[in-house]
Design a protein around this ligand. Sequence first.
Ligand SMILES: NC(=O)c1ccc[n+]([C@@H]2O[C@H](COP(=O)([O-])OP(=O)(O)OC[C@H]3O[C@@H](n4cnc5c(N)ncnc54)[C@H](OP(=O)(O)O)[C@@H]3O)[C@@H](O)[C@H]2O)c1
Length: 333
Amino acid sequence: MPINRQLRLQARPKGLLAPGDLQLTESPVPELQDGQALAKVKYLSMDPTMRVWMAVDSYLPAVGIGDVMRAAGLAEVIESRHAQFKKGDKLVGLTGLQEYVVIEAQSKFSFQKVPSIPFLSDTAFLGVLGMTGLTAYFGMTEIAKPQKGETLVVSSAAGATGSVAGQIGKIHGCRVVGIAGTDDKCAWLTDELGFDAAINYKHADWKEKLAAATPDGIDIDYENVGGEIMEEVLKHMNLHGRVVLCGLISGYTKETAGPANLGILIVKRLKVEGFLVLDYASRFTDAAMELGKWKMLGKLKDRQTIVEGLEKASEAINMLFTGGNTGKLIVKV
Ligand SMILES: NC(=O)c1ccc[n+]([C@@H]2O[C@H](COP(=O)([O-])OP(=O)(O)OC[C@H]3O[C@@H](n4cnc5c(N)ncnc54)[C@H](OP(=O)(O)O)[C@@H]3O)[C@@H](O)[C@H]2O)c1
């Protein structure tokens, strides 16, 4: 049997991941039992929530010390005694940070087959048609419910989720303003994705630029970051605006995320709704079809940042917190 290289959680990180928080181990792939399938992991999705899973119990329990680090990935079945999956099937699901995954008999719901669609790369099913695209889809269509002419502001707008959320806003006729951490990311948003404006929050005058880019106030905040960025966006919200609380990445590597001005929620009668994409699991297929249609029509563009090598996963996770990715961040195993 082949040797499985795996990344195991050795220590709960403080701040960014330090060398040794994830440790590379090797063990033989176990003999397949009836009902199981063996799949080779091809690509791993790098998600900010992994940093949360390393530290605390949240919507899933924290990963145990010594356990293979939890991660979503795309894997190809190489041997099967499983009723639903055959050799050659490509699957997405919680593969873990490892080279081979044994799929258990009862896991037919946690792994989904990836259809083979011309002009679409398999990795699209980890990004624009996968969990981050679906997050943007449900956050926008179910919570934001954008109306033509409204102003939408998206934080971490050049990331996997934000870039799709902003484009869905454009599809619905909104004025869309993105906030991102480099001039190149901002140029991608305005020049290629059709955002009306993009603001680099690392420039000293970004708050003035945000005010200038939202002359009619903000109706929808698609919030991925929290902290100072959310605090500033809240100041410009219109009465009865909606805040889609998707993520608070600025707080995942430190104690608090803010914002400090929650009184604005009352004064402006804002509706704030947190959500998890998993809440909409029963509708993933239909939503992915709609995202796929937009992509085929050129209304939805995506980009991926690919890091090569399982052993680079630790550095890749840190890129999510230092802004090293544009679009979906993926590790090619
Ligand atoms: N609710 C759900 O079901 C759900 C599902 C998926 C993702 N999410 C959330 O959605 C958000 C985006 O996730 P993603 O997977 O699409 O990641 P992503 O946006 O592709 O990557 C993370 C980006 O966040 C930005 N960032 C990191 N720290 C920041 C800080 N302190 N201040 C401002 N920007 C910062 C960086 O871009 P810059 O260069 O612009 O700083 C970085 O590239 C996260 O909060 C995540 O937890 C929620």
